[in-house]
Design a protein around this ligand. Sequence first.
Ligand code: 9MR
Length: 450
Amino acid sequence: MPMPRRAAQAFTAVLLAASTVTALSHTAAAADTLGSAAAGKGRYFGTAVAANHLGESAYAGTLDREFNQVTPENEMKWDATEGSRNTFTFGNADQIVSHAQGQNMKVRGHTLVWHSQLPSWVSGLGATDLRSAMNNHITQVMQHYKGKIYAWDVVNEAYQDGSSGALRSSPFADKLGSGFIEEAFRTARSVDPNAKLCYNDYNTDGVNAKSNAVYAMVKDFKSRGVPIDCVGFQSHFNPASPVPSDYQANLQRFADLGVDVQITELDIEGSGTAQANNYSNVVKACLAVTRCTGLTVWGVTDKYSWRSSGTPLLFDSNYGKKPAYDAALAALGGSGTGGGDGGNPGGNATCTVSFARTSDWNDGYNGEVTVKAGSAPINGWTVTLTFAPPQKVASLWNGTPSWDSSGSVMTVRAASYNGSLAAGASTSFGFTAAKNGNNSTPTLGACTAS
Ligand code: 9MR
């Protein structure tokens, strides 16, 4: 539900701004959840899910409201499903699948053949035994879920990082050779011909030696008729591993090989504007590639993220919508009711402002004004501050100031570089004021957006 206080604030801002706002084009009935907005673009928007959180009402409530696809985060992995040879355990994964079916969500099966979360009995096998164990695992697990899975990550993370372009060392590669991937896909097709069969990996999000190796494999599979339908790009991003500039181009070159592509484990460490812009860019990249059929974030909330300290997801640990959420929703063409303008009709370009005194000394102080876009992207903003005479602004940064004739009302427009904000994103400008004997705080006027 909308947050009444913020909605009211933003609505006031819209009323005040009405005469100066340039309305952006507005879809009459814009979708207001990630899943419905993505569906409007012919895509799904999903999340990784952990069975042990499904009993938490805020978790399940957010999941059911926002997402229309799930990937079990750990429950379908080899260690969870076949901890001892030929004894299969599906309880936790079944819980996720039945929850998803009840909500009409697609399920991505994750994952059949992976070097990690692999029970030690598998690593200990000789080649012949390993081959039959691998094929048996694929067969039993896929058989159990036949008809319920739209896509399987048949093989996960088979390639090395770095420049070698080689397969990573694993029991499968080391004992069966590179043919294990082809064999896994052929077995998978024979078990459930209706499931999409995907290869999934990380650090393959841009064009690099690793993605080139996967590309060569997919191209080879397509040319020889080895069954493969899709490639998953995990997209785990952080400052050391940012969204690559050729992300979209990389998705496109795989799509051009005749496979679907998906963003499968998206999370982007960070906060605020930077994180929001990154999410927006990733969503836009998928939408720009016709065969990019959907996106999955790697968890519902920062609270349970595998990288929780990097706050990489769309909902904070209290299930509040983050600027990244608003940005993702806006990029999908949706319109939010949470972090932005309260979903008011026609309220497209809106912003809100807040003020902080960031330092203070005898004769002066520094002020910082944070401008936050509402639930639609904005192209410009204007903020007014009224100073108590004889205070004077001595300098100002990250904005373009002008003064009224009295010299005490300052209007600040965006600088050339910080007027465009993704939905929910923020920026700030700062100034130094001379107190001239008056220590009061300036009065902050409404924010207007265009
Ligand atoms: O999110 C998963 C975390 O809970 C597990 O502890 C971890 C163990 O390997 O796996 C995480 O999920 C991984 C996914 O299955 C494959 N790509 C990388 C993901 C993050 O490590």
